[in-house]
Design a protein around this ligand. Structure first.
Ligand code: EPZ
Length: 419
């Protein structure tokens, strides 16, 4: 049965919302437990379908997972064998490529099917594989789409230059390098908060990583890793989504349990269009108001404006008093939310890799469809702000990244239900 959300918009959101653990940290940490070959207790796991899928995937290769409360899992990877998870697991989620780095580091061999995930256009892993080769692995491809990485004499630390500050490649090379012989330096590394989270987790397991969060990460290889207890950082994209929803519905929402520094680009852009943003120690309060301006957004790797906030911010700019331009620097395919937003009365044109947004007075309810996780979040925001009733289908995409979305929005006063 096609899961759908029915939202009656036009109600300002008011109140507090607690942000869950970061999906894009939880995924590499879950696969990273394989490299420890021990027992890890991971706290602040978000209850979302990507996390369930990642835990099932590592269970397929011999890990055991036991939840001791809704957001804490004990993961035992002592019995994990070197084998690839079934293709249907890997084809659903790109993060399963982290299995390569973890297995290669621990066993000197890894095999994974070509990754899938949200369709944001071509999502190659050439930089991941080039990094592994620089550490001494040999890569082979089978006709059935399997990728095999082998380092029969073990991995050797080396200088790895990333042509693109890729989040995935930075994490995967880090995962392989922690158990390599000698020191690895990753140059032009991604600087996202989830890279820092992953490095902190690995260091808690005995790794020797320095520089995470900067564009140069140094990893001194160690003989082996051990288990640890680790609490994930809060999800900056979930936080940004609720900040923008508060602005779009002209409400007042305090987004709690966050690291405000992670939100700087989103806070800055909200202020730029005239939306008041109050920053406290571990929370941010956004107060929506009428008549905010348009602006220009350019998505870039962190600390630039996150590509994962582009669709959500466009839903807000669709209601601005002015013209805006959003340049997408990471995924050219990220504009698939545009026709759906236009069905709701937005006036957006996609012109050579950017969205030209002419603000309109109001949006109206419609039948729309989520094309990927963040496009789904964009439609939820538009529906909350629109006059009338919106039905959003294919919301399994939204369930990949937002824990208790309906409950959290209801608590803030939204008229929303899942059917
Ligand atoms: C991570 O994807 C996130 N996913 C994405 O979030 C996020 O949009 C992206 O980083 C950018 O911030 C997870 O962390 C699980 P990249 P990832 O490698 O690692 C190109 C969401 O909504 N590239 O930084 O795949 C690539 O095509 C998801 O939560 C290569 O060319 O992103 C893209 O254009 C969507 N070769 C750019 O780099 C490579 O080997 C950035 O990709 C790797 C990447």
């Amino acid at each position: 049965m096609d899961n759908r959300l029915i939202i009656r918009g036009g109600r300002p959101l008011y109140g507090d919302v607690k942000i869950s653990g970061m999906k894009n940290s939880a995924l590499p940490v879950i696969f990273g437990t394989i490299a420890t070959g021990d027992v890890c207790t991971i706290k602040n796991l978000p209850d979302i379908s990507d996390i369930s899928l990642a835990l099932e995937t590592i269970e397929m290769v011999g890990a055991s997972v036991r939840f001791i409360d809704t957001s804490t899992a004990i993961i035992d990877t002592r019995k994990v064998m070197m084998k690839s998870p079934p293709l249907e697991y890997v084809s659903k989620m790109r993060a399963s490529t982290y299995m390569l780095g973890a297995m290669l580091g621990r066993f000197g061999r890894a095999e994974v099917g070509y990754p899938g995930g949200c369709d944001l256009g071509a999502r190659p892993i050439n930089l991941h594989l080039k990094g592994f080769e620089t550490l001494g692995a040999r890569i082979t491809y089978s006709t059935s789409g399997m990728i095999t990485c082998e380092a029969p004499i073990g991995l050797k630390g080396n200088f790895v230059y990333l042509d693109i500050a890729s989040v995935g490649a930075t994490i995967n090379v880090m995962l392989a390098a922690v158990l390599a012989e000698g020191t690895t330096v990753i140059e032009n590394a991604a600087r996202e908060p989830h890279i820092v989270d992953m490095a902190c987790f690995l260091n808690a397991c005995g790794a020797k990583i320095s520089g995470a969060g900067t564009s140069m990460i140094r990893i001194r290889g160690v003989e082996s890793l051990h288990g640890c207890t680790y609490e994930l950082a809060p999800d900056m994209i979930e936080a940004g989504t609720y900040m923008v929803a508060a602005a779009a519905t002209r409400g007042r929402v305090c987004v709690k349990n966050i690291i405000p520094k992670h939100m700087e680009s989103v806070s800055t852009k909200l202020r730029e269009i005239g939306i008041p943003v109050e920053v406290q120690d571990d929370s941010i309060t956004v107060t929506g108001l009428e008549g905010f301006r348009g602006t220009e957004i350019r998505t870039n790797p962190y600390p630039g404006f996150p590509t994962d906030m582009h669709p959500q911010f466009s839903a807000l700019l669709a209601l601005s008093r002015g013209v805006s331009r959003v340049f997408e620097g990471i995924y050219p395919e990220r504009f698939r939310y545009v026709p759906e937003l236009n069905k709701m009365g937005a006036n957006i044109e996609v012109i050579d890799g950017s969205a030209l947004i002419n603000g309109v007075e109001t949006l109206h309810g419609a039948e729309v469809k989520a094309s990927d996780l963040r496009a789904g979040a964009c439609l939820v925001i538009a529906a909350l702000a629109a006059d009338g009733v919106t039905t959003i289908s294919s919301i399994e995409y939204i369930d990949r990244g937002y824990e208790d979305l309906v409950e959290k929005l209801k608590f803030l006063g939204a008229d929303i239900k899942r059917v």
